[in-house]
Design a protein around this ligand. Structure first.
Ligand code: HEM
Length: 274
């Protein structure tokens, strides 16, 4: 991860997002990493992932070197959990102890990826209920959303917010319109955190208080609703955010793991053994 993040700081963000997308779809079981096969369509082509999820080649490299050291022992799901933690830490965020022992899925689900992952147009109540469906509280949802202190997003995901919503700082909307025309330029990229795009800090929350959240779903956390007070608290207290984020990551990482004789230890993370 250190090599990958030095080469491209965004990679810390991309791997963290892969882990979120793995855990929310049938648990943290490496399913997001599987390529499509004749018997199932994988998650890589689900709406939230297609032309968006990235970093697979970094997991390839890590998996290959782990296999050389000790074959068929460490699951792809565990590698993703560890790599996410390291990416966050390398970009200045907290560290935490990763619980290990996840095994890898032998199947993946495009439809579960489409229905379990929240979209950028989600309302606060949708966000709260989609996280609750995974055993995560509204407070944990708000802490985990702080992941958007790093990484980038494409115009297509924030266009409606900068052009149609009124709960946005007008000068910030104008700034973002420069890279995101009303039509066209769908894949133009901009940082999620306008202040420090590659620093894992609490500026995401300060942005929300200033109505500078980039996704509609981000700004939903600070719009006169139940999460306002917590957003302010995280914006004022970097240490509180860091520790709550770390704890919530451990919890997210424990969603429905495959253990015991469930699943397998995949030899190549892109495909099922055999
Ligand atoms: C609360 C609901 C969430 C929604 C609606 C959401 C949605 C999105 C969207 C639309 C993007 C941009 C994708 C693109 O334009 O290609 C994105 C990026 C990202 N998300 Fe989320 N996300 C959510 C929660 C999370 C969580 C819980 C994490 C991790 C703990 C996370 C980590 C990231 C990261 C790091 C990026 C940047 C990835 C990169 O630069 O490659 N997100 N998210």
């Amino acid at each position: 991860m250190a090599q990958a993040v030095i080469r491209e700081p965004r990679m810390g963000a991309s791997i963290l997002r892969l882990f979120f997308h793995d855990c929310f779809v049938n648990g943290c079981d490496g399913s997001v990493l599987l390529d499509d096969t004749a018997t199932f369509t994988g998650e890589k082509n689900a709406l939230p992932n297609r032309n968006s999820a990235r970093g697979f080649e970094v997991i390839d490299t890590i998996k290959a070197s782990v296999e050389t050291e000790c074959s068929a022992t460490v699951s792809c799901a565990d590698i993703l959990a560890l790599a996410s933690r390291d990416g966050v830490y390398l970009l200045g965020g907290p560290s935490w102890t990763v619980q290990l022992g996840r095994r890898d899925a032998t199947t993946a689900s495009l439809s579960a990826a489409n229905s379990n992952l929240p979209g950028p147009g989600s309302s606060l109540s949708t966000l709260i209920s989609m996280f609750a469906a995974k055993g995560l509280s509204a407070q944990e949802m708000t802490a985990l959303s702080g992941a958007h202190t790093i990484g980038q997003t494409q115009c297509t995901n924030f266009r409606a917010h900068i052009y149609n919503d009124t709960n946005i700082d007008p000068s910030f909307a104008d700034l973002r319109k420069q890279n995101c025309p009303a039509s066209g330029g769908d894949s133009n990229l901009v940082p999620l955190d306008v202040l420090t795009p590659y620093r894992f800090d609490n500026n995401y929350y300060q942005n929300l208080v200033a109505q500078r959240g980039l996704l509609h779903s981000d700004q939903e956390l600070f719009r006169g609703g139940s999460q306002d007070a917590l957003v302010k608290q995280y914006g004022n207290d970097a240490a509180l955010f860091a520790s709550d984020f770390a704890r919530a990551m451990v919890k997210m990482g424990s969603i429905s793991p495959l253990t015991g004789t469930g699943g397998e230890i995949r030899l190549n993370y892109r495909k099922v053994n055999g």
